[in-house]
Design a binder for this molecule. Structure first.
Ligand SMILES: Nc1nc2c(c(=O)[nH]1)N[C@H]1C(S)=C(S)[C@@H](COP(=O)(O)O)O[C@H]1N2
Ligand SMILES: [Mo]
Length: 315
C-alpha cells in the first residue's frame, strides 16, 4: 500500500476543518451553558470542547483500495437524514430531527472480557491514536434499502489487538449507550419497552477481518449523531442492523452473544445475517435492493459484493 500522508487540521480549508454541524453542536453546547451569543462574538467560547473538535483528524485520507465501481455515492443529505436508530424513533426521516439533546462527547469505550489488557479508550484518543482512513462501502439494510457512503475509521482488529485477546475469546460483544433521557424512543412509543440498550455480536474472525471498521466519521466529518456518533461498527457484508451505533462497551467472550434483533424475532434476524440474495426474509424477498438516492432497484449481491474478501469465512 502506498504511503499515506496524514494531513494536519491546519492544512485544511476552514470549511473542512469546521463542518457546519460541528459548529452547530458547539453553538448548542454554548447555549446550554447559558453563555449566549455575546460569548460567541467575543470569542470567549468553551475551551476544551471547541478546541478538541476543530483539532479532530477529519477528513482522513481516502484509501482507494475500497471503492464501489458500479454505482455512485449516495448524497450526504440523504445518508444523514434517512436513518434507522430506534432509540430515537422508528421513523427514518425523523431521526435527525430528534438528536439535538444527545451529547456524543465526552465519550469513552470500555474494552474487556477475555483479554490480557482490558482498557478504556477515550474517543479523542481513539481518533488520534489509530490511523483513520476513508473507505467507500456498500451499505445494505435488511429492509432492502441500500446506499453507498464514505466512512472514516480503522479496522476494529487494531483496537482488539491492543487489549490482547486470550485464546478462549471466540466472539465479540458490543453495547450501545443507555441514555433514555437523551433518546426519546427509549422513553416513548411502542419501542420504549424493548430490551435496551441495543446489543450486537460478531465471531472473532469476523471482528478481526480487515473490512470490519470501527467508524468515527462519515463524508469526511465526525459521525452525525443520527449515524451513530461518536463511534459505531460497520460490517459491510452483513445486514445493517449488525452495524451497531454509539458503542460504549466491547467484550471478548467464549460463548456466542445474544443480539437485540435475534432476541426480538429469532426467525427473522439470524446471528450471522450475511447479505444473501438467495435467502429471503420470511416476509420479503432479498433478491433486489432499493438505492435510497434514486429509488432504483438493483440486484442484491452475495455478501453485499464482498464475497471475494469474506466467503472463505463461511466454508
Ligand atoms: N444502537 C442502534 N444501532 C443500530 C440501529 C439502531 O436502531 N440502534 N439500527 C441498525 C440498522 S437496522 C441499520 S440499517 C443501521 C442504519 O445506519 P444509518 O442510519 O447510519 O444508515 O444502523 C444499525 N445500528
Ligand atoms: Mo437495517
Amino acid at each position: 500500500m502506498a504511503c499515506i500522508k496524514i494531513r494536519k487540521s491546519w492544512e485544511l480549508p476552514d470549511s473542512a476543518a469546521t463542518p457546519e454541524h460541528v459548529y452547530m453542536q458547539r453553538r448548542e453546547f454554548i447555549a446550554r451553558l447559558g453563555l449566549g451569543s455575546a460569548a460567541l462574538v467575543l470569542g470567549c467560547s468553551t475551551p476544551s470542547v471547541a478546541q478538541n473538535e476543530s483539532d479532530l483528524p477529519y477528513p482522513a485520507p481516502r484509501n482507494d483500495d475500497y471503492t464501489v465501481e458500479e454505482r455512485g455515492l449516495t448524497p450526504e443529505e440523504l445518508a444523514t437524514r434517512y436513518n434507522n436508530y430506534y432509540e430515537f424513533t422508528t421513523t427514518k426521516d425523523r431521526v435527525w430531527r430528534l438528536v439535538g439533546g444527545f451529547e456524543p462527547r465526552p465519550w469513552s469505550v470500555e474494552v474487556g472480557g477475555l483479554c490480557a489488557k482490558p482498557q478504556t479508550f477515550d474517543i479523542e484518543d481513539i481518533e488520534r491514536h489509530f490511523e483513520l482512513e476513508e473507505r467507500v462501502y456498500r451499505f445494505r439494510c435488511v429492509e432492502a434499502w441500500a446506499m453507498t457512503v464514505p466512512w472514516t475509521g480503522f479496522p476494529l482488529a487494531r483496537l482488539l489487538e491492543r487489549v490482547e485477546p486470550s485464546s478462549e475469546a471466540t466472539y465479540v460483544r458490543f453495547w450501545t449507550v443507555n441514555r433514555p433521557e437523551q433518546m426519546p424512543g427509549m422513553r416513548e412509543g411502542s419501542w420504549a419497552s424493548a430490551k435496551w440498550p441495543y446489543y450486537e455480536g460478531l465471531r472473532i474472525d469476523e471482528a478481526m477481518h480487515d473490512l470490519t471498521l470501527l467508524t468515527t466519521g462519515l463524508y469526511g466529518k465526525p459521525l452525525p449523531v443520527q449515524n451513530g456518533a461518536p463511534v459505531r461498527l460497520i460490517v459491510p457484508w452483513k445486514y445493517g442492523f449488525k452495524s451497531i451505533k454509539s458503542i460504549v462497551r466491547i467484550e471478548l467472550t467464549a460463548e456466542q452473544p445474544p443480539t437485540f434483533w435475534n432476541d426480538f424475532a429469532p426467525d427473522e434476524y439470524g446471528f450471522l445475517s450475511n447479505v444473501d440474495p438467495d435467502v429471503p426474509h420470511p416476509r420479503w424477498s432479498q433478491a433486489t435492493e432499493r438505492l435510497i438516492e434514486t429509488g432504483e432497484r438493483v440486484p442484491t449481491r452475495k455478501y453485499n459484493g464482498y464475497a471475494d474478501d469474506v466467503a472463505h469465512l463461511y466454508t
